[in-house]
Design a protein around this ligand. Structure first.
Ligand code: PLP
Length: 435
């Protein structure tokens, strides 16, 4: 008999870290997650701004059961299904901002990939095949699949896969006032400078070659809840229109109510031609994302080739659509966007009270229930912490040890690395839970 000690068995799941298996979540209720062993964790970021209705909402669980009992799957090459039709009606039935159709996929990266391909196909349909260039921003994350990664500006995520990334994408400066606005430069001048840079990039590429400008309406993971300065998106919209290019907005993280309006662009006075949504669409109850198409794009496909040259096996999955439909109905029927606004204001006030004068807090920002704290080594100079200190990982670990799940992140913006803690509690959060 061999009684030598054995090494702890490696998990058969390849986790995000291949060296550590995270704690196992076994349950949840409301804003709380339950770990194996029974410890309760306050889910203050809904994962990565996903769980907009918290956990185990009875209406969503019941909707999933109902749909599973009725029809689990029918391939979209042969059939439509009831939840997909109803969900599209819920999302674009009233043509918000001119959006008229929805295309359902399985998550955010897939939605961005489809949005990029749709923009390219739009120009083939209308007889402008030379338009194959895309402009995005250096501070952005659009997903980890190859097209989405090529669009993104997160240097660290891109670097290992650089040989696989398309050079159809170029990047302009982020609209990030805390790090980008010059000393003595006011908001209007900052916006004008950013617009001029975008215009110059169109000119460099040849405006007739540009298919689309791609941006997160409110930047999420790379910099932590960064809304653009006043007037920025109006200027962007005007430039795209003047050059006949499309505007693709990635609201995978910031959309579906997270900032207090269903779409974050509603607060910008513009609308996109193509939009990607995901996380808050299904609230994590099922894997679902969507591309929302303006009438202009939908009509071009219908009147052109008649088919979007794209497709996956799990498009418009009935159970995913049923879950998302119920999530959206609950948000609407329970008036939860009002709660997002009210609790967002309260959360901001609490953060300002507690951390507004903290020596290592450089900025507190965001909209609705989409808030972030920027951590700096020095408040006056805004100098970031040394990346070797791995602040992100430490904040996450320390917070979890204290029973709080938040979403720390760090991104390099034009060579300056920043650290932030992102908070995105469920829309059902109460004043007592905010504390
Ligand atoms: N776009 C944005 C703005 C995101 O924040 C994310 C994910 O965090 C994605 C796209 C990719 O979404 P997914 O992880 O569902 O593929």
């Amino acid at each position: 008999m061999n009684d030598l000690p054995t090494a702890p068995r490696r998990s058969r799941v390849l986790h995000r870290s291949s060296r550590a298996t995270p704690p196992v979540a076994v349950g949840g209720h409301g804003v709380w997650l339950v770990e194996q062993g029974g410890r309760e964790i306050l889910d203050a970021s809904g994962g990565a701004a996903v769980s907009c209705l918290g956990h185990q909402h009875p209406r969503i669980v019941a909707a999933i059961h109902r749909q599973a009992d009725r029809l689990c799957y029918a391939h979209t090459g042969f059939f439509s299904n009831e939840p997909a039709e109803a969900l599209a009606e819920e999302l674009v039935g009233h043509e918000p901002g001119g959006l008229t159709q929805a295309y359902f996929v399985s998550g955010g990266s897939e939605a961005v990939e489809a949005a990029l391909k749709l923009a390219r196909q739009y120009f083939l349909e209308i007889g402008q095949p030379q338009r194959g260039r895309f402009i995005a921003r250096r501070q952005s994350y659009h997903g980890n699949t190859l097209g989405a990664l090529a669009a993104g500006g997160n240097a660290a995520r891109r670097a290992p896969y650089a040989p696989l990334l398309s050079d159809a994408f170029s990047h302009v400066s982020p609209a990030f006032a805390y790090r980008g606005q010059g000393e003595g430069e006011d908001e209007a001048a900052f916006t004008t400078r950013l617009a001029a840079e975008l215009e110059a990039e169109f000119q460099r590429l040849g405006p007739q070659n540009v298919a689309a400008f791609v941006a997160e309406t409110v930047v999420g993971a790379t910099a932590g809840c960064v809304p653009a300065p006043e007037g920025y998106f109006r200027a962007v919209r005007e430039i795209c229109d003047r050059h006949g290019a499309l505007l693709i907005l990635d609201e995978v993280m910031s959309g579906m109510g997270r900032t207090g309006t269903r779409h974050a662009w509603e607060q910008e006075g513009i609308a996109p031609d193509i939009q990607a949504v995901a996380k808050g669409l299904g609230g994590g109850y099922q894997a679902i994302g969507a591309v929302l198409l303006s009438g202009r794009v939908a009509d071009a496909v219908e009147q052109g080739s008649g088919a979007f040259q794209h497709g996956h096996t799990y498009l418009a999955h009935p159970i995913a659509c049923a879950a998302a439909l119920e999530v959206q109905r609950v948000i609407r029927e329970d008036g939860l966007l009002d709660n997002v606004m009210a609790m967002g204001t309260l959360l901001d006030a609490r953060l300002q009270e507690r951390f507004g004068n903290h020596a290592h807090v450089g900025d507190i920002r965001g909209r609705g229930l989409f808030r972030a704290i920027e951590l700096v080594a020095d408040r006056a100079s805004r100098a970031p912490f040394d990346p070797a200190r791995q602040l992100n990982a430490r904040v996450k670990k320390e917070a979890l040890a204290r029973g709080l799940a938040c979403y720390p992140g760090g991104g390099s913006v034009d060579g300056v690395r920043g650290d932030h803690v992102l908070l995105a509690p469920p829309y059902i959060v109460s004043a007592a839970e905010i504390g």
